[in-house]
Design a protein around this ligand. Structure first.
Ligand SMILES: [Fe+2]
Length: 246
């Protein structure tokens, strides 16, 4: 029988998938890792509750919103915690190949993007969908009128239907411009931009209510935008942009 080195054994065990690496860390080990790890590896992210009554959205069912929050968002938070703790354990293994470590670093980026974008998403729902305030005025300056902006935001969302991703209306700190950015997944973001309004275009965001008719979900989403939250983000982003220039 062929003898294999410890390094080969590790590579064989670990190269399959990052998910397998995660499942190898039991709850007791995770607790121990969290207690002694540096903050970057502690995995203590908390699940935020829905910031609105999910029974009161227009055109998006309570069942769908609760499933989205409990499965997709909460699952991402739990996974990110596990990833951070597992990274800490893996860093202690000097024989671990860097490419195996890289698999889990990718997962860290995916789960972080999912956590951040979902929290921004839920927080920008629960409103009456009627644009107003400073954000509306800025939209008119950048897109000529609100209808033009909304048309592009919705078209960008519809372009992602049948696939996955996000529409991210953002203030780009580098260019100083407002844009509706297309994002294919949780890892796609225009660099150095602050999301002001995000729309989840993963199928889990609409399939339960609308099947493959994503355009109907896009219309329903617009009716529930919380423009007070969008305005709060816009004003804070303007302050941040000014501070960055100073
Ligand atoms: Fe989602």
């Amino acid at each position: 029988m062929k003898r294999i080195s410890r390094r080969e054994a590790i590579e064989t065990m670990m190269a399959g998938s990052a998910v397998l690496a995660l499942t190898g860390l039991n709850a007791e080990a995770q607790t121990g890792a969290a207690a002694t790890a540096a903050p970057a590896f502690r995995g203590q992210h908390q699940i935020k509750p829905l910031p609105f009554d999910p029974a009161k959205l227009k055109g998006i069912s309570e069942k769908l919103i609760r499933s989205h929050h409990e499965n997709n968002y909460s699952g991402a938070v739990r996974a990110l915690n596990a990833v951070e703790q597992r990274l800490d354990v893996m860093m202690k293994d000097k024989d671990l190949p860097a490419y195996v470590y890289g698999d889990l670093k990718r997962e860290e980026l995916v789960r972080t993007g999912s956590l951040v974008l979902h929290e921004i998403y839920f927080a920008n729902l629960g409103g009456d969908g009627k644009a107003a305030g400073d954000a509306l005025e800025a939209i008119k300056k950048s897109f000529d009128n609100y209808e033009h902006w909304e048309s592009e935001f919705k078209r960008t969302g519809n372009a992602l239907s049948g696939g996955s991703g996000w529409v991210i209306f953002a203030l780009n700190f580098h260019t100083g411009e407002l844009h509706n950015y297309w994002a294919w997944d949780h890892m796609h973001n225009a660099p150095f931009s602050r999301p002001l309004l995000v729309m989840d275009m993963y199928e889990h965001a609409y399939q339960m209510d609308y099947g493959a008719a994503a355009a109907k979900y896009v219309d329903a989403f617009m009716q529930n935008v919380n423009w007070e939250e969008v305005n709060r983000r816009f004003l804070n982003a303007q302050k941040a942009a000014a501070a960055l220039k100073a």
